[in-house]
Design a protein around this ligand. Structure first.
Ligand code: SF4
Length: 334
């Protein structure tokens, strides 16, 4: 199946937007999974009268809008696929195309309902790709006798929507529910959901047509996080990672945690990175541990890809004795 058969790419709307805005040069940005569609989307932009430039760099989220690149290329518009808006008032205007999935969900939801048997009160969450299918899932759960909760406490997200680093909608209903149903592909979001809410999570993946529980993944991850905190505690020299992607830059938080570590007599350096990879960190073999103030999910990758501990900011405060591990678990690790 081609991706244009799986995702709504709205080529007509794309052409209309370009014509309406009378822009001359457009930077087209897509997550890796949608990149094979870039030639046909670039052609749609060019049919509408603008020059299209495809961004070939990786793009993992709405935090990662290619603003500096668009400025460098003198593009007067960024067309961004696959995410909802996170950054307001960008220096180059951005139009978002959400790329909703158009694959059937019924069978996989039915299977998930069987796994949800032990629980009555269910929180329902999804990613932007399946937001149109939330009502169908809600009705099916309801018909199966479940009480269904959908969180709506985040201005920038649709009701029930989560991001890899934003689980506000799920957290807002966590006290009301016994378990969550996540509708969507991959383990990344349901694992984040389980770590953010500390509730049982059942994932229904309509792409793979699979359902599964995240229990084992969570237990494994928590054991590993605690081990990394303990290992990082022994370090004498730290690198504090500052993210250079527009939605990941938390320089102030980085400076603050650096001061805390210095007060403990540690040597601490600020380290700015765009892509945080094992290769980029391995060049700094002098650092015995890292505190990551950029995307928290880089620290929580499964399995760990780094040779040294890479703590999230909140884990760093556990290491410093400012937050109790038990409290972190209670509030959710993300
Ligand atoms: Fe995704 Fe990380 Fe960006 Fe959040 S910060 S949107 S998890 S890439």
């Amino acid at each position: 199946m081609l991706q244009k058969d799986i995702f709504k790419l709205e080529e007509k709307r794309l052409e209309q937007e370009i014509k309406k805005r009378r822009v001359k040069r457009v930077l087209l940005q897509l997550p890796n999974g949608l990149k094979p569609n870039s030639p046909s989307l670039a052609a749609a932009i060019e049919r509408a009268g603008a020059t299209a430039i495809i961004s070939g760099d990786p793009c993992y989220g709405a935090c990662d809008i290619a603003i500096a690149e668009a400025q460098e290329l003198k593009a007067d518009l960024i067309v961004h696929y696959g995410h909802t808006m996170m950054l307001e008032r960008t220096k180059v205007p951005v139009i978002y195309f959400e790329a909703h999935a158009k694959i059937p969900n019924k069978k996989v939801i039915k299977k998930a309902i069987k796994l949800l048997k032990p629980w009555k009160r269910i929180g329902l969450v999804t990613t932007i790709q399946h937001i149109e299918n939330l009502d169908e899932a809600r009705s099916m759960l309801f018909s199966a006798g479940k009480d269904v909760y959908i969180g709506n406490s985040c201005d920038t997200l649709y009701p029930g929507q989560i991001l890899g680093c934003n689980y506000l909608n799920a957290k807002s209903i966590a006290l009301n529910v016994e378990a969550f149903l996540f509708l969507g592909g991959g383990r990344f979001h349901p694992l984040g959901l389980a770590l953010a809410t500390m509730k049982p999570v059942v994932a229904a993946d309509p792409f793979e047509k699979k359902v599964y529980s995240l229990n084992d993944d969570v237990n494994r991850m928590l054991r590993r996080r605690w081990a990394e905190i303990e290992e990082a505690r022994k370090a004498e020299i730290y690198g504090i990672i500052v993210g250079l992607k527009p939605g990941q830059n938390r320089l102030e938080a980085a400076v603050k945690v650096r001061e805390e570590l210095k007060r403990k007599g540690k040597k601490v350096y600020l380290l700015a990175l765009r892509e945080i990879t094992p290769t980029s960190l391995d060049h700094f073999s002098v650092f015995e541990a890292y505190i990551n103030t950029a995307c928290p999910r880089i620290s929580l990758d499964e399995p760990s890809i780094f040779s040294r501990p890479v703590l999230t900011l909140r884990e760093a405060y556990v290491m410093l004795g400012k937050i109790r591990w038990e409290d972190l678990l209670e509030e959710g690790i993300i």
